[in-house]
Design a protein around this ligand. Structure first.
Ligand code: NAD
Length: 320
C-alpha cells in the first residue's frame, strides 16, 4: 500500500479518486518541526503540499523513502525542487488549476478599492450608526473601472486571465512580460460566441506610466523587489497597485510611504514579505485592501488542483 500525506489539505474528490485506486491517503496537517519524523514513522512515499509546508533539503535528506512531492498550485518556492530531482524524487504541480480564481480575486480587490469597500467594511460596524453622513461623504469620490487602464506585469497564465476579465469589463489593457511579446486573449460568452483580441506587450516603463492600476503576475526569483521607489515614481499619481503573486515583489516600506504621501491612492495585497506574520504597519495601513494569501482558495480551484494531482499520482504509479 502506498501512503500519501496531504499536509496542506486536498479536495474530497481527489481523496476518493486515490482511494479507489488503492492509495492510502492521510489528509491532516503535521507541523513543520515534526514532519520528517512523521513521514518516516508512517512510511509516507508521497507528500502533497500547497504553499504553507516547506520541503527543504534537510527534510529530503532525513526522509529517504519519499518518491513523489506534489504541489497543489503554481509557485514551487517552498520546495527545493532541483535538490529533490537530483535525489530521484518526482516533483509535480498544477500550474493552470488556480489561474481563474487568482484573476477573480484581483477584481474583487479592484472593485473594492475604487469604492473604498475595504475601509467602509472596517468603519461601518464601528461608526455607521452615529456617523453615517460623515462616512458617506468620505466615500463620495469613488470611480468606475470601465474605460480605465489596467497594467499587467507578467503576462503568463494568470496575467492573461486577468486581461480577459478586464476586457470584458471595458477596461484598456497594457501588459509587460520578460519573455512574452504578444498573446491572444479569447473571450467566450454565454451564447457560445467568442472574440479574440491580440495584445502586444510593452516595456515596463510604458505600462507603469500609462496605467491607472498595476497588477503583478510574476514569480519571485530572488529577494529583490521588482517594484521599488523607481517604478512607483513612474506610476500615475493616484494609481493603485495589486500584488496577488508573491510577497516581497513590492518593497513594502516604499509602498507604505507612497500611500502616506498620496503618490498612490490604494494598494491591495494577498501576499506579504513575511508570511505568515506580515508587518503590523502594513496591516494597519488605511488604504490597503487585505487578504491572507487566498488567491487559489476557491472550491472550484481546489477541486481542479486535487483532481489534477490525483491523476498525476495515479499516472506516476501507473495504476489503471
Ligand atoms: P506564469 O509562469 O504562467 O507567468 C509568469 C510570467 O511572468 C511569465 O510569462 C514570465 O515570463 C513573466 N516574468 C517573470 N519574471 C518577470 C519580470 N521580472 N518581469 C516581467 N515578466 C516576468 O505564472 P502564473 O501561473 O501566471 O503565476 C504568476 C504568479 O502568481 C506566481 O508568482 C505564482 O506563485 C502566483 N500565484 C499566487 C497565488 C495566490 O494564492 N495568491 C495562486 C497562484 C499563483
Amino acid at each position: 500500500m502506498i501512503n500519501i500525506l496531504a499536509n496542506d489539505g486536498i479536495s474530497e474528490s481527489a481523496i476518493e479518486l486515490l482511494r479507489e485506486k488503492g492509495f492510502n491517503v492521510t489528509n491532516e496537517h503535521i507541523n513543520q518541526d515534526s514532519l520528517a519524523e512523521s513521514i518516516n514513522k508512517n512510511n509516507y512515499e508521497v507528500i502533497l503540499v500547497r504553499s504553507a509546508t516547506k520541503i527543504r533539503k534537510e527534510l529530503i535528506d532525513k526522509c529517504p523513502n519519499i518518491k513523489l512531492i506534489g504541489r497543489g498550485g503554481v509557485g514551487m518556492d517552498n520546495i527545493d525542487v532541483e535538490y529533490a530531482i537530483d535525489k530521484g524524487i518526482k516533483v509535480i504541480n498544477t500550474p493552470k488549476a488556480s489561474s481563474l480564481s487568482v484573476a477573480e480575486l484581483v477584481f474583487a480587490h479592484l472593485f473594492g478599492m475604487v469604492r473604498s469597500l475595504y475601509d467602509s467594511n472596517r468603519k461601518m460596524p464601528m461608526n455607521g450608526e452615529k456617523d453615517f453622513k460623515k462616512l458617506k461623504k468620505s466615500y463620495s469620490s469613488g470611480s468606475e473601472l470601465f474605460g480605465k487602464t489596467l497594467g499587467i506585469i507578467g503576462f503568463g497564465r494568470i496575467g492573461q486571465e486577468v486581461a480577459r476579465i478586464a476586457i470584458a469589463l471595458g477596461m484598456k489593457v497594457l501588459a509587460h512580460d520578460k519573455t512574452i511579446s504578444e498573446a491572444n486573449i479569447t473571450l467566450k460568452f454565454f451564447d457560445d460566441s467568442k472574440k479574440t483580441f491580440t495584445i502586444e506587450t510593452d516595456p515596463i516603463n510604458t505600462v507603469l506610466e500609462r496605467s491607472d492600476f498595476i497588477t503583478l503576475h510574476i514569480p519571485k526569483i530572488d529577494d529583490k523587489p521588482v517594484i521599488t521607489a523607481k517604478e512607483i515614481k513612474l506610476m500615475k499619481t493616484g494609481a493603485g497597485i495589486i500584488n496577488t503573486s508573491r510577497g516581497g515583489l513590492i518593497d513594502e516600506d516604499i509602498l507604505m510611504f507612497s500611500l502616506e504621501k498620496k503618490k498612490l491612492a490604494y494598494a491591495a495585497l494577498d501576499v506579504f514579505s513575511n508570511e505568515p506574520t506580515p508587518s503590523i504597519h502594513l496591516l494597519m495601513q488605511e488604504n490597503i485592501s487585505l487578504t491572507p494569501h487566498i488567491g487559489a482558495a476557491t472550491r472550484e480551484a481546489q477541486e481542479r488542483v486535487g483532481t489534477e494531482l490525483a491523476e498525476k499520482i495515479i499516472k506516476f504509479y501507473n495504476k489503471k
